[in-house]
Design a protein. Structure first.
Length: 445
């Protein structure tokens, strides 16, 4: 349950409406508080010259607040229009999956919330201004604050135009995706790699009972979608209470269809409708992938930017090179982390769940395979790809991580030998290839 609540809270924070809604509620509270303050200081204001309080009559106060309210809702519409244009440009230039980064941008949310919040504040203050025969009330402090909010909103508008102009630049988009990769790595692999962990947590024997495959039954999925989050603690408790062992058939980020296996349990006699329903409840399925427990999703976002940059219609190898650089930085960070074991035990030390964990090799394949396949005819991109592998090799300490880097270096060299017609280009590639092997203390075979 905690994992599910954490996922929904993260989704709520990255939605486009949450921050503006909070600011709107805050504006309403401030309006009520200022009106109450005006009632309290009204008599004192008549006796004392308070310079910062609005001193005009009801008609003037109405005109000021009406002008501010009308301006704010108009500017909010302009901000929304600019945002739509930026989203359309980003979708066509960098891919539709990058739209999430624009929507979750906190500055855009605060800007929209500032304008709509000022509008709501002015409306609530405007309704309290009285100027009739039955009485007169001008909330001078509230009107003064409304003027301050209008000036603040003007500054926010200038900032928004500047921010959007920067936000749609390629290097800024790549930096935003890189930051999200860092957050995901820190959340999923928080522990630094120690000398004792150099051999890795993954061995051929997954610890399952010898007769596991002969006595297993699979739990079918009750719905279709992408696995957004997985409550592993809940699965461990289920296996402990039922005294069985479970091996997951899918991991976060993968797509499952109704009726396909989610997990295999042994002994198969324990599987019934209640257990099947409980296992399904531990898998949170959504209609799209998210980076909450899926590092490969953020990697795919970066790769998509690189692939679009390499497309014949755009032909921008410099952006692809920037993507390769930041992918290498993320892989270098991952190489320094201890990857959690796929084997989960209960409090008695008994194996209960075997997950499908993501390894350094999986992430490296996701990062470099498609860039190599689509960019093999670009000498500059392939050279930078080999340089990136050499940079990662300096910090890769696990043997399986080093083997993955060597394999990718071999693949890049073979692709360039096939697709680069110039001898000098192939020689440059070979020089970088040998540099990767030297870093890893290997010789070409």
């Amino acid at each position: 349950m905690r994992t599910r609540l954490s996922y929904y809270w993260d989704a709520l924070q990255t939605s486009y409406w949450f921050v503006p809604a909070v600011l709107n509620v805050l504006a309403a509270i401030v309006a009520v508080a200022m009106i109450s303050l005006d009632h309290q200081i009204q008599d004192a204001a008549r006796k004392t010259d308070v310079w910062w309080i609005y001193g005009g009559g009801p008609e003037g106060a109405r005109a000021v607040m009406s002008t501010i309210a009308g301006s704010m809702i108009t500017v909010a519409g302009v901000v929304f229009s600019i945002t739509i244009v930026a989203l359309s440009l980003a979708s066509g230039q960098f891919g539709p999956r990058l739209l999430r980064n624009f929507i979750r941008d906190r500055s855009n949310q605060v800007v929209l919330g500032t304008f709509t919040g000022t509008f709501i504040y002015c409306l609530l203050v405007l309704r309290t201004i009285l100027g009739t025969d039955n009485g007169q009330f001008v909330p001078g402090a509230a009107v003064a604050l409304g003027i301050v909010l209008a000036l603040l909103s003007l500054g926010v508008l200038v900032y928004f135009i500047h921010h959007v102009a920067i936000l749609i630049q390629a290097h800024q988009i790549v930096a935003a995706v890189s930051h999200e990769m860092h957050d995901t790595i820190d959340r999923l692999w928080p522990d630094e790699l120690t000398d004792a962990a150099h051999d890795g947590d993954f061995v051929d024997d997954d610890g399952l009972p010898v007769n596991f495959d002969q006595s297993t039954a699979w739990v079918p999925s009750h719905s279709s979608g992408y696995i957004a989050a997985l409550e592993v603690d809940r699965l461990v408790n289920l296996a402990r209470n039922g005294d069985f062992v479970m091996r997951l058939a899918a991991r976060p980020g993968q797509f499952v269809i109704a009726g396909s296996p989610l997990a295999h349990v042994s002994p198969k006699a324990v599987l019934d409708d209640d257990l099947s329903r409980s296992v399904n409840e531990a898998f949170l399925l959504q209609w799209q992938r998210t980076p909450y427990q899926d590092l490969e999703f953020t990697v795919d976002q970066m790769v998509e930017v690189a692939l679009r940059a390499l497309s014949p219609g755009i032909n921008d190898p410099f952006t692809a090179i920037v993507c390769v650089d930041w992918l290498s930085e993320a892989l270098g960070r991952l190489a320094g982390r201890s990857i959690p074991s796929p084997r989960l035990y209960d409090d008695q030390g008994k194996l209960r769940v075997v997950t499908r964990a993501v390894t350094f090799t999986d992430v490296t394949d996701a990062a470099f395979n498609q860039i190599r396949q689509y960019g093999s005819s670009s000498a500059s991109v392939m050279i930078r790809l080999l340089e990136a592998l050499a940079r990662i090799a300096y910090v890769a300490r696990r043997p399986e991580d080093q083997a993955a880097l060597v394999r990718h270096a071999h693949l890049v060299r073979r692709a360039c030998e096939r697709d680069l017609p110039e001898v000098d280009d192939r020689n440059d590639v070979l020089e970088r290839y040998n540099a990767v092997l030297r870093v890893l203390n290997m010789s070409e075979t």
